[in-house]
Design a protein around this ligand. Structure first.
Ligand code: SF4
Length: 447
């Protein structure tokens, strides 16, 4: 059994609450279970209990066995002086505070409803793609909708904190951090890291000093990518000029190129080749150097999408990579790539902006943007659809990706609204819900 199951039992009072006694035999009444603490320190704050006729207010710590108190290093930690109750599955050792007083202990071993335990066991051991798969159809629409909204907010907050970390590495230059994120999103799954490395190797302030010339922007980016080919007999004059420009710019800005091994072309559609993406990135910044400012000023998804319509230079209209020409085409950024940029660069940037400026409007804008965009299409979303959970927007597809990765895969079912809905179903023999009637008087407060 995992500790998080015991957290769930305590949090939702999902154990037999009748005639509670500590392991020392003292009568125990729970008046307040306390607030769940997911940060460092004891698991619950502000609990209120009556133990052996005395009133207590303080913290509750939960373990599978009481001896885990030592294993988790609480003996010397003053943060645990205020623990008024140790809740365990089984007490295998008596535990004392630093001042030598014994910590009252409550054992849950014989107090867990058998049905809850069996459901929990199934969730923890079922081999299905989503462990609650058999019960999923019975989860109601409102539970699903509210939970997905909450997870979407969690995902955005997680991605926004990634954006903020980037921001700190570039002295809080929003345009620079946004440029890194756009480059990353343009790289797709396969070349995301290489594209971000490329953007980092050509700082935006350097790129924008050459914004007047698309050739120079291309020379900087292709030269730094390491993809610029060695001189060849009879090569295209464009490649020669690119190399000449890059040589001058490399020395001028003291640049060091990426290794060519950073890039992947294998099993990719030519339209997604990194060479095409780099040419598109050059065009994007040739057209506008203030993309983050433009994104902030944009009024909706349509305007944002229009920001990413680029038309390539002549060479790249007839090439997917350096070498022989192919049939000409526009080589625009595809719908899926633009959507990837909006989901993975614009929305997290909005959310981070809202958080740092404490401006709720931008956080809401991130959510609205995702709710406006169509759902993503990938194997994870297709599997959720097969289970009857179809995404109707990018907001929902993002939430489903987060749910799978952050909750289902690590089996955090007791922290999931779906898991709680399944575990909470009443069953025969359940204890009646906790009702506190007496007024709480703090007789002795510890910590
Ligand atoms: S985390 Fe939630 S959705 Fe995922 S398997 Fe567990 S109960 Fe189901």
């Amino acid at each position: 059994m995992r500790e998080d199951f015991l957290h769930y039992l305590w949090r939702l009072a999902r154990f037999d609450l009748r005639q509670l006694r500590t392991t020392e035999g003292e009568a125990l009444t729970i008046q307040q279970f306390g607030t769940y603490n997911t940060d460092a320190g004891p698991d619950f704050d502000d609990a209120r209990l009556r133990i052996g006729g005395l009133q207590w207010a303080g913290k509750v710590e939960i373990h599978v066995t009481s001896s885990e108190w030592h294993a988790h290093g609480h003996d010397d930690d003053p943060a645990y002086d205020g623990v008024i109750l140790h809740v365990v599955l089984e007490e295998d050792e008596i535990i004392y505070r630093r001042d030598g007083s014994r910590i009252p202990c409550l054992e849950l071993l014989h107090r867990i409803p058998p049905g809850v335990q069996a459901t929990y066991w199934r969730l923890m051991h079922q081999a299905d793609w989503v462990p609650c798969q058999p019960q999923l159809p019975s989860v109601t629409g409102p539970v699903r909708a509210i939970w997905l909204q909450r997870i979407l907010a969690e995902r955005l907050a997680r991605k926004a904190s990634g954006f903020t970390e980037r921001l700190e590495t570039v002295q809080r230059d929003w345009e620079e951090a946004f440029y890194h994120c756009i480059a990353r999103a343009m790289g797709g799954k396969v070349n995301a890291q290489a594209m971000e490395m490329l953007a980092r190797s050509v700082p935006l302030r350097v790129l924008l000093r050459h914004k007047h010339s698309l050739l120079q922007l291309e020379a900087l980016l292709f030269g730094q990518s390491g993809l610029l080919p060695e001189r060849e007999v009879g090569e295209d004059s464009y490649v020669t000029r690119l190399r000449q420009e890059y040589e001058l710019l490399r020395v001028k800005h003291d640049l060091r190129p990426l290794p060519v091994t950073a890039w992947r072309f294998l099993r990719m559609r030519p339209n997604n080749f990194p060479t095409v993406r780099i040419a598109q990135l050059a065009c994007l910044y040739y057209r506008s150097g203030q993309l983050f400012g433009k994104a902030l000023a944009a009024t909706g998804a349509k305007e944002l999408e229009a920001m990413f319509v680029v038309s390539l230079s002549n060479y790249w209209r007839t090439h997917y990579r350096f070498g022989p020409a192919v049939a000409p085409s526009e080589r625009k950024l595809g719908k899926a790539t633009v959507q990837n940029i909006l989901i993975n660069a614009v929305a997290p940037a909005y959310f981070a902006y809202g958080q740092l400026r404490e401006d709720e409007r931008y956080r809401e804008r991130a959510v609205t943007l995702l709710e406006t965009l169509p759902p993503e299409s990938n194997t994870v979303i297709a599997k959720w659809r097969k289970l009857g959970w179809s995404a109707t927007s990018a907001g929902e597809s993002q939430a489903l990706l987060e749910l799978k990765r952050q909750y289902c895969d690590p089996r955090r079912c007791t922290s999931c609204a779906v898991g709680c809905a399944i575990l909470n179903r009443p069953e025969p023999g359940d204890a009646s819900p906790l009702v506190v009637r007496e007024p709480v008087r703090i007789y002795r407060a510890v910590g």
